[in-house]
Design a protein around this ligand. Structure first.
Ligand code: ATP
Ligand code: MG
Length: 200
């Protein structure tokens, strides 16, 4: 019998891989929107969320964005997405550790939350990005149960992306996909300044 060449072995390995992947594809039959939670201490949560908004809009599907906590920043994604007609709601105040006023923070968060609830009830929106939402729940600016209910009751085909660290358990429990970005190294710790176009 002819000896198996490395090419044969490669082919067999790839065949097995294809069978494995195809069986998983065949098993995933449900069609519904999903909740994605992007969390962890590393860099890449918001950029991943915005990347998915772009992916959605690139297919002529509608998306909306609510950005909690960091509205004071001149956000590069916002400048592009608003031009494309993507609704973009931001908190009027900036970092909570800047304002140091719970009453003001709560009002600002509630105002964006009111707009968010409208997006979560709009079947036209394929995707809603809730950037830095975890902090709003964690600091109690908006009741976590209210957030959970609004997300659970959204239109069936709508997907939601939540970003932020330290997500309350009640909120992470309703996520279908959770990815944790690990902080292995960050330029900031080597004293390198945050940069326009890279960090915001
Ligand atoms: P990005 O918006 O770059 O995807 P992120 O959403 O994962 O970051 P956030 O916690 O929202 O992270 O932080 C926003 C800002 O803080 C960004 O400028 C980012 O570069 C910076 N940052 C993120 N992770 C770290 C870290 N581990 N140490 C220091 N700075 C960080
Ligand atoms: Mg972020």
């Amino acid at each position: 019998m002819a000896e198996e060449t490395s090419e044969d072995k490669y082919k067999k390995r790839m065949q097995r891989k294809k069978e494995h992947i195809d069986s998983h594809i065949a098993a995933a039959t449900k069609e519904q929107g999903i909740v994605i939670l992007l969390t962890g201490n590393g860099k890449g949560k918001s950029t991943s969320g915005f990347g998915t908004v772009l992916r959605c809009v690139g297919h002529d599907l509608k998306a909306g964005v609510a950005q909690f906590i960091k509205g004071k920043w001149d956000c590069g994604e916002r400048n592009v997405l608003e031009k494309l007609g993507v609704p973009f709601h931001v908190m009027a105040t900036g970092f909570t550790w800047d304002t140091q006023n719970k009453e003001l923070d709560t009002q600002a968060a509630q105002a964006v939350w009111t707009e968010t609830k409208k997006m979560l009830a709009d079947p036209e929106l394929t995707l809603v990005l809730l950037d830095e939402l975890t902090y709003i729940a964690r600091y109690g600016y908006v009741d976590t149960n209210e957030i959970v209910e609004a997300i659970k009751n959204r239109p069936k085909m709508q997907s939601v992306i939540i970003t932020g660290r330290g997500c309350p358990k009640a909120l992470s429990e309703i996520a279908d996909t959770i990815s944790e970005v690990k902080d292995e190294r960050h330029a900031y710790n080597a004293g390198i300044k945050a940069q326009k176009g890279i960090d915001w």
